[in-house]
Design a protein around this ligand. Structure first.
Ligand code: SAM
Length: 301
């Protein structure tokens, strides 16, 4: 969910975003399915397919909420590990209904060898920092309630080995102070950056924590360029979404803000420029569902 709170101060926006996610954490996944008719799953599948992680790729998923992107990432890694030459659609690989081959049990020390602590080139070498960056994927979020729900989901959504490869960290996307520089191969943020007060700070932090050669990937609601489709989308957004918010969460206003904040977010090209200004190279974007969402990508080179 993506709240603009147009009329409030920056501090109030941060506070309200936090309290909204505290309140909706338990219903968050159901609400996503209802409001996007399940399409958010396809956007997320495509997003992770574009990342195309290898078996040793280390990723940080910022504003990771209840773990949707991280879980897909781990499943994708498992699928590529079992068939490194696999060619297939993202849907076939990531659809939970598709049975994946069972994981081979791995010795603890072998797993440790494969997922060595990263950030060794960084100036910081505290045990805590090594701990939070030693796994395949680190899910960070400002809201402990969302992380708590994610951790519970992981118990059923992930295999025992996958559970060992995920870490959870409470952190503000604008200040990832506990993460050393040059730590990750991939930085993702899905439907999260619009909730942040200063998106430039978020992108700068992404640049800092990525290794040289690392990739920034953002999935976010965006703008529909075609005027006819935009009209249809506007009717849905301004009429249907707040009504659904009222029925599902008893909260019309928050969902009205959600729609307003989507409209206020920079256009595809404006956002691309912000990413370039932070130092990323080869910045590009891809529209999904006529621009309802977009995937932005850039490299730290
Ligand atoms: N990425 C997840 C997904 O795609 O399902 C969750 C997206 S949810 C719409 C937005 C998340 O952003 C919430 O979990 C919220 O707590 C988090 N968030 C909001 N402001 C944040 C901030 N400044 N730093 C980190 N996370 C933040």
């Amino acid at each position: 969910t993506h709240f603009g709170f147009e009329t409030v101060s920056e501090a109030e926006k941060a506070h309200k975003v936090k309290s909204v996610f505290e309140n909706v954490a338990d219903r968050y996944d159901v609400m996503n399915d209802c409001m996007s008719a399940g399409v958010h799953r396809i956007w997320k599948d495509i997003f992770v397919h574009r990342i195309n992680p290898g078996s040793k790729t280390r990723m940080i998923d910022v504003a990771g909420g209840t773990g949707d992107i991280a879980f897909r990432f781990l499943k994708f890694q498992r699928a590529s590990a079992s068939d490194p030459f696999r060619v297939g659609s993202p849907i076939s690989v990531l659809d939970p209904r598709v049975e994946l081959p069972p994981e081979q049990p791995r010795a603890e020390n072998e797993a440790e060898a494969q997922y060595q602590a990263i950030g060794s080139q960084s100036q910081s070498n505290s045990a805590e920092n090594e701990e939070v960056t030693s796994r395949s994927v680190l899910v960070s979020d400002i809201n402990p309630r969302m992380l708590e729900v994610g951790q519970k989901r992981a118990l059923t959504a992930l295999s025992a080995n996958e559970q060992k490869r995920i870490d959870w960290l409470e952190a503000d996307a604008e200040n990832l102070a506990s993460i050393p520089d040059d730590s990750f191969d991939i930085y993702t943020i899905a439907f999260g950056i619009r909730n942040c007060v200063h998106i430039e700070n978020v992108i700068h932090e992404a640049y800092r924590v990525l290794k040289p050669g690392g990739r920034f990937m953002c999935l976010e609601f965006s703008h529909v360029p075609n005027s006819l489709l935009r009209w249809v989308y506007d009717q849905y957004s301004f009429q249907v979404i707040p009504a659904m918010g009222q029925v599902i969460a008893g909260d019309w206003d928050s969902y009205k803000y959600l729609v307003e904040s989507i409209r206020k977010f920079p256009s595809q090209d404006e956002f691309k420029s912000l990413i370039q200004e932070a130092g990323f190279r080869f910045v590009s974007y891809e529209n999904l569902t006529f621009g309802v969402t977009a995937i932005h990508s850039g490299y730290k080179i």
